[in-house]
Design a protein around this ligand. Structure first.
Ligand code: MG
Length: 341
């Protein structure tokens, strides 16, 4: 197998995407390409400095990974286990390679990924659409614009004026809201804010407090009147045992966990322990979002809108119809590069 990588420059739609932990304007992703017997598999890494990766570290990991892929793209468990052992701190780089291998395997077999995984494409969930932090009236305007296309909105909070923002959005739409504080509150603030949010038809609250403290999550969970989901606290399978009983649900992202195979392990662990699952994403193109979407028939919730939050998506794949994810049916991920990209 021949492995290569390319760095692409992307921009956030509306010029900026702001959450409690910071803001993104321009950013870079790494596109991974694996060639084998005339077929080409593609994957994407959207590295985050919050998780200690950059486009440069991803590029270097991919360069070194070529030597340990081996000759058989169907030995997915073996290859991804070798990658995890060799590059434990490079989850988005491994996710890109894992995605490219699954794309390649599907193309070699002439089968879309969901079919290869035995999943029913009619069971995809609705995806939320994210409204990032801005002035309350700007957030309300974006929520109103998205309300006709989506069945649920995800609202970024975790700063001062959270309630003002939610009230502004509530004035323009009755859709259920998911709220994501991105670690922005203390446990006491979280309990207080979530008690106030309970009257606004909020489905759940994501990552109210910083990661690394399951006891504090339990404190919030026991006192807050809405379901609690983790994201920054639930990176890989190894993080999950400590969360059982302390939260209601977890958000799994390929870029955090290292790829499709680890995500599937996490989904089954979570369900076995009574946790619900959302598949989420970073700001990333349709390439990576489509890879996650192929797993979505396994989960209760999807927040797979990263491709809709960037300007000039270089790829086309999964789409949204009446709020629900629609999987492409072409072999592998079913993603194609747009002519202009
Ligand atoms: Mg989140």
């Amino acid at each position: 197998m021949k492995l290569s990588a390319e760095i692409l420059d992307l921009r956030a739609a509306n010029d900026v995407f702001r959450i409690a932990r910071g803001a993104v304007t321009a950013f870079r992703v790494v596109i991974v390409r694996i060639e084998h017997e005339g077929a080409v598999g593609l994957g994407e890494a959207s590295p985050s400095e919050y998780y200690h990766e950059t486009p440069e570290t991803v590029f270097e990991t991919v360069r070194q990974a070529g030597a340990i892929l081996g000759p058989d793209p169907f030995l997915l468990e073996d290859v991804t286990a070798r990658l995890a052992a060799r590059f434990p701190a490079a989850p988005s780089a491994r996710a890109a390679i894992d995605m490219a291998l699954h794309d390649l395997a599907g193309k070699l077999l002439g089968s879309p990924l969901y079919r290869l995984l035995g999943l029913n494409p009619d069971r995809t969930p609705a995806t939320s659409f994210t409204i990032s932090i801005d002035e309350p009236e700007v957030m309300a305007e974006r929520a109103a614009a998205a309300a006709s296309r989506f069945k649920v909105l995800k609202i970024k909070v975790g700063t001062d004026r959270d309630l003002e923002r939610i009230r502004a959005i509530r004035r323009v739409t009755d859709l259920p809201l998911r709220v994501d504080a991105n670690t922005g509150w203390t446990p006491e603030q979280a309990v207080d804010c979530i008690r106030r949010l309970a009257e606004f038809n909020v489905e759940f609250v994501e990552q109210p407090i910083p990661p690394g403290n399951p006891a504090a999550l339990r404190y919030v969970h026991e006192r807050a009147p809405l379901p609690i989901m983790t994201d920054e606290s639930s990176l890989t399978l190894a993080d999950l045992p400590a969360l059982v009983g302390s939260v209601d649900a977890i958000n799994i992202k390929l870029m955090k966990c290292g790829g499709i195979r680890e995500a599937i392990r996490m989904i089954h662990f979570a369900h076995a322990h009574g946790l619900k699952v959302m598949l989420g994403c970073m700001l990333e193109s349709s390439l990576a979002v489509t890879a996650a979407a192929h797993l979505s028939p396994l989960v209760e919730y999807a927040d797979l809108d990263g491709n809709l939050l960037i300007a000039a998506d270089p790829f086309a794949g999964v789409t949204v119809a009446e709020g629900r994810l629609v999987l492409p049916t072409a072999p592998g991920l079913g993603v194609r590069r747009r002519a202009s990209a």
